[in-house]
Design a protein around this ligand. Structure first.
Ligand SMILES: C[S@@+](CC[C@H](N)C(=O)[O-])C[C@H]1O[C@@H](n2cnc3c(N)ncnc32)[C@H](O)[C@@H]1O
Length: 231
């Protein structure tokens, strides 16, 4: 795939976000044969195709305790439970996303195994909460570190990768021994070299689990990476 200048990819993501803002009311979508609702102001799988890829391909281990940062509408939360996670905790900074996840968890009948919280990455957790897997489909659009952005924009862009850095650098405190990070990413829409540096600095070894060619205005790749503690 021919790589375009990075600003073209950023403009493409912004255009998709703008389109998604035309939705003013809650609406229904189907993901992998299950029904979900989408609230306006929440990252929408109707407009962004990565949700379905990650929901389909994320390797869930039976019986694991799973933390998802940034569940958006909560599709991955539901599929993690259906594929055998013992329990799922989900934390989104966007209050509409937290409410949207709660509704989809109920629609899909998995509320007994799910806790949904609102806040910034690990901030709502007690210091001793630990998980087998921590997952985030990160906002991989890299923009200037001083840019102020809305809750919805935070789903797609991360100024200076400051949130991504906190996610990686504080992860070990909330991982059990032999736990892992799963990261939904795009090496075309995001800056993988920066993510890799954060992971190395925090003592993780990273490997590609799977990738898919997709389209978001322009052809792009989506990838799932797994990172485990290396020292
Ligand atoms: C790319 S979207 C992914 C949504 C969903 N997991 C999916 O795949 O459809 C990123 C999500 O992270 C959330 N988010 C952004 N910054 C965050 C932060 N600092 N703490 C928690 N969640 C955050 C956004 O609100 C959004 O729901």
């Amino acid at each position: 795939m021919k790589k375009l200048p990075y600003k073209k990819y950023l403009a493409g993501s912004a255009k998709v976000l703008q389109k998604s803002k035309s939705e003013k009311k809650k609406y229904a979508v189907e993901i992998l044969g299950r029904k979900f609702v989408v609230y306006p102001n929440v990252f929408s799988p109707k407009y962004y195709l990565d949700t379905e890829f990650f929901a389909r391909e994320l390797p869930i281990n039976k019986g694991e305790e799973f933390l998802e940062i940034g569940p958006g509408i909560g599709a991955t939360v539901v599929f993690a439970v259906l594929r055998g996670a013992k329990n799922v905790t989900a934390i989104d900074i966007n209050p509409d996303a937290a409410a949207n996840t709660k509704e989809n968890v109920q629609i899909n009948g998995v509320e007994d195994k799910v806790t949904v919280l609102q806040g910034d990455i690990y901030e709502p957790l007690t210091p001793n909460s630990k998980f087998d897997t921590i997952y985030w489909n990160t906002p991989f659009g890299y923009i200037d570190k001083n840019q102020e952005i809305s809750d919805l924009e935070k789903a797609v862009f991360d100024p200076g990768y400051k949130a991504t850095h906190r996610f990686v650098s504080q992860a070990r405190k909330h991982l059990k021994k032999d736990g892992r990070l799963l990261i939904g990413f795009s090496t075309t829409l995001g800056k993988f070299d920066i993510l890799q540096t954060f992971l190395e600095e925090a003592g993780f070894t990273v490997r590609l689990v799977t990738k898919e060619e997709s389209r978001e205005i322009y052809p792009v790749y989506f990838e799932i990476f797994e990172a485990v503690v290396s020292n």
